[in-house]
Design a protein around this ligand. Structure first.
Ligand code: PHE
Length: 361
């Protein structure tokens, strides 16, 4: 190839560049000029055949031209790529009506679910939902509830004690039942009152139906003419709604609690098949909760005059309610934080503000 002047080379390049309308054509132009056999490359090779002074001048010009060509090619390439992209976007159709991908949001634990259900049921009966601390005084957990120092119930509660002591020099403890919140609320609020409290309680116990930490719901109604009849109606209503049956079969069995008099244990009628436990029909009784009329000593320890007000109270394991309603056989699995268990027994959150009622996952 004979040498071409840099000016001529530049003019041919400009024309060809102008003519290149797509990326493939542009690549051809690049090869024509900068490729191994390209024009510029060939002319640079020819340089060695020229005398030194020509070589110097022409070499510098050719190199300048080469840089300018690289520059032009890069700019044009960017422009063409942008055009291709815009064309592609213009041809695409975005369907904005398609549903979004559901995020993996985790599940509602059966305990949380049952607590929401209970709060819902009792708030419709005008009960307030009260809270209290898990670390309690000996007074609130025992003495105020008519369980004195020497009372055997203190032993049967298998209490966890804490090293620190309260103002009566008695060790603090982890509450063994939710009755502590009843005491706190009775001392604090105006009477008459209706309340439930739900939360964690602790006793040193461990088998398929007992864990050292468990959940209880306790209810309390204080008023001027409260009777066992009110108690029975309240429980029947609650259990029927909770187990989603028209009217749960129920019996009160005489029992003993230091804080209620008379006291009773409540059984509900049920029928067991191989896989299921049914509550709408029955051939056997299942113990479900403890209850009774609040003992006058308990009222007195909360500055309530037993002549003026009476009350009923009940207490029930939330974990047990969840096991029965949702067919979960072993209590210990509730607290093993196994994600597969939760995906099986948990509930999808419906994102309902306020009460977090889920739907079966
Ligand atoms: N506090 C009792 C318990 O934990 C339950 C109970 C509450 C019984 C209220 C009767 C009345 O065992």
């Amino acid at each position: 190839m004979s040498g071409e002047t840099p000016k001529k080379l530049r003019d041919t390049f400009k024309k060809k560049l102008e003519a290149a309308k797509n990326l493939e054509a542009l690549e051809e132009v690049r090869l024509d000029f900068l490729g191994k056999k390209g024009n510029i490359t060939a002319n640079l090779k020819l340089l060695s055949t020229y005398p030194i002074d020509v070589r110097k001048e022409l070499g510098a010009e050719l190199n300048k031209l080469r840089m300018a060509i690289i520059d032009d090619l890069t700019k044009k390439k960017e422009g063409l790529e942008k055009e291709v992209l815009l064309e592609k976007i213009a041809g695409e159709f975005e369907d904005l009506t398609l549903p979004t991908l559901r995020e993996d949001k985790g599940c509602v634990h059966p305990i949380t679910q049952v607590k929401s259900e209970l709060a819902n049921i009792f708030s419709k009966m005008n009960f307030t939902v009260e809270e209290g601390p898990e670390i309690e005084t000996d007074f609130n957990n025992f003495t105020a509830l008519n369980i004195h120092d020497s009372h055997p119930a203190r032993q049967s509660h298998d209490t966890f004690y804490i090293n620190e002591r309260d103002e009566n020099s008695l060790p603090f403890l982890l509450r063994t039942h939710m009755s502590t919140v009843q005491i706190r609320t009775m001392k604090r609020d105006k009477k008459p009152m209706r309340m439930i409290s739900m939360g964690r309680c602790y006793r040193s116990d461990y088998d398929s139906t007992h864990t050292p930490m468990f959940h209880q719901i306790e209810g309390l109604v204080i008023g001027p003419n409260i009777t066992m009849g009110n108690l029975k109606w309240c429980l029947q209503n609650f259990l029927s709604i909770f187990f989603e049956v028209e009217k749960v079969s129920m019996r009160l069995r005489p029992s003993y609690f230091p804080f209620t008099e008379p006291s009773a244990e409540v059984d509900i009628g049920c029928k067991r098949t191989k896989e299921n436990l049914m509550i709408d029909d029955y051939d056997e009784w299942l113990e479900i909760l403890g209850c009774g009329m609040v003992h006058p000593n308990v009222l007195r320890s909360c500055d309530i005059d037993p002549e003026e007000f009476q009350g009923f109270a009940f207490g029930c394991g939330i974990d047990r309610l969840a096991m029965l309603k949702y067919g979960i056989p072993d209590l210990r699995t509730f607290f093993e934080t196994d994600k597969r268990w939760l995906e099986h027994y948990g509930f999808k959150s419906l994102d309902v503000p306020g009460f977090m009622l889920g739907e079966k996952a």
